[in-house]
Design a protein around this ligand. Structure first.
Ligand code: ZN
Ligand code: ZN
Length: 278
């Protein structure tokens, strides 16, 4: 059911609270306005169909899917989504299709878009928008395209490479966020924020003529961030006077606890099934 404003429902996330809901390492946010439904990311694919049914979300309502970047935990559910809603409009950066690897203790793991999902994207001839810059997805709803890395203290957040040998660092240039303009200010949705939270908010402020940011929902990828990076991120969020922050997915338990301690009741827990109304 479409309400009067913007509703964000957490459809896939690392944690689930509530009867019959599944958690998985991944992210998918369901955006609903009086005019449209948009899916921001699709999780790994295990949780999406299950949670959509459990939450009473009808995939037929979705007009557009935006991919924050090409990692498997954001794109794995796309194959299912495209099979349910073949004519949906799809927004992604071309580099989201790249092969890519995570590397720990000398061992590489393929973490890009699963091959069958990449095949489904490559087979499409229509309804794809390659987001090389800021792009309007629906009325008042935008995707950033690539985000300039200006802050100097933020990195992609992990040992990411474009080759299995770990010699070519992956800048994750396809990383993008969404923003939604509401009467009370801008609502920002983050995938993993591999460009950095501060860089992302700075870019969105530039695009909107520095409209106030009202809320942030999504992954901040601060699991292996230095104390300095976390405290400078918190300082930035405080200075921006953001009313509501829902960190989830890859933000990391320690950073989430630090955000909650510093921002008090402006910082909220987030898990599958959470509905946030603006
Ligand atoms: Zn990622
Ligand atoms: Zn992720």
């Amino acid at each position: 059911m479409k309400g009067a404003g913007v509703t964000i429902t957490v459809l896939a996330e690392n944690m689930a609270q509530g009867m019959g809901l599944l958690g998985e390492h991944g992210l998918s946010l369901w955006i609903e306005t009086p005019e449209t439904c948009v899916l921001f990311d699709t999780g790994q694919g295990l949780a999406l169909p299950h949670n959509a049914e459990a939450l009473g979300l009808d995939m037929e309502c979705v007009d557009a899917i935006v991919l924050s970047h090409g990692h498997y935990d954001h794109t794995g559910g796309l194959h299912y989504a495209l099979s349910e809603i073949p004519h949906v409009r799809l927004f992604l950066h071309p580099s989201a299709l790249a092969s890519r690897f995570g590397r720990r203790e000398g061992i590489s793991r393929e973490i890009g878009m699963p091959a069958h999902v990449r095949g489904a994207v490559e087979e499409r001839r229509t309804s794809i928008t390659w987001t090389r810059g800021p792009t309007e997805v629906a009325s008042g709803m935008f995707v950033t395209g690539p985000i300039p890395r200006r802050s100097g203290f933020e990195d992609t957040g992990g040992p990411f490479f474009l080759d299995a040998d770990g010699t070519v660092p992956d800048p994750i240039e396809d990383d993008q966020a969404m923003w939604i303009e509401t009467p009370g200010g801008v609502v920002v949705l983050l995938g993993c924020a591999h460009s950095g939270v501060v860089n992302t908010l700075d870019h969105i402020q530039q695009q909107t003529g520095r409209k106030p940011i009202r809320a942030i929902v999504g992954g901040m990828h601060l699991g292996s961030a230095s104390d300095e990076r976390v405290s400078r991120t918190i300082e930035s969020l405080s200075q921006l006077g953001i009313d509501g922050i829902w960190p989830c997915h890859c933000t990391g338990a320690t950073a989430t606890a630090q955000l909650m301690a510093a921002l008090g009741d402006r910082c909220h827990p987030c898990s599958v099934g959470k509905r946030i109304e603006f």
